[in-house]
Design a protein around this ligand. Sequence first.
Ligand code: IPE
Ligand code: IPE
Ligand code: MG
Length: 250
Amino acid sequence: MSLLDKIDKENVPQHIAIIMDGNGRWAKSRGLDRTEGHREGAVSVRKVVEAATKAGVKFLTLYAFSTENWCRPEEEISTLMELMVYTVAKETDNLIKNGIRLHCIGDIQRLPENTRNALCRCIEQTSSGENLTLVLALSYSSRWELVNAAKAIAAGVKNGVLDENSITEETVNEYLTTKDMPELDLLIRTGGEIRISNFLLWQAAYSELYFTDIFWPDFDEERLYEAILDFQKKERRFGKISEQLEKGNP
Ligand code: IPE
Ligand code: IPE
Ligand code: MG
């Protein structure tokens, strides 16, 4: 029996984000090159995307390459970029078939041209997918995003489009790369580290957090369902007390 059957379909997180960590250590523990870990990690992506779709998740944001990852050895960076081109091209038909729409957030202009082109092609071809939006965070970091938002808001005030006294949380949301996405319900990190590594800092303000020691290449359908079941056990109080929630008070 799959854990999918145990999931309460009325309480599925609408938006899950995953820090896919542990590819290198997975490979090292098998005496393999780090590259092999990244290749195997791409297989996990396929499994988890399909599992999220089956569970009824609407948005899945995957941290695939951070701003800080540009500091890795050049060879590893180019392997990752090539892997992206290959995987995106290979998976496009499957995404279309499953009603999955691709979207990217991050400093996409920094990516090599062929990676950018492959992503744009896939985004265009999958644009009518309605089951799940798969968001790849590439050359993304939260501080990069927040600095850009601050600059854009400042420019808006300067040129009269925005009134500084009317700036609210919603205004800030509007200037983030996640502006059209639902609230982040669940943030998962694989690979054993208990840190956020500059990912969705604003958006994770009230997310449930789920950390697992499992390396990303070992994370699969059932592991995702486990994380969703754990999420369903939480009482999300958003600052209130339990009794207020029970009474269904606003
Ligand atoms: C995550 O795995 C993948 C990326 C950051 C691109 P790592 O490559 O960070 O794997 P570890 O943490 O070294 O094991
Ligand atoms: C976080 O993993 C970034 C991605 C998964 C893309 P890292 O392996 O880069 O994180 P740190 O450096 O250990 O915090
Ligand atoms: Mg890592």
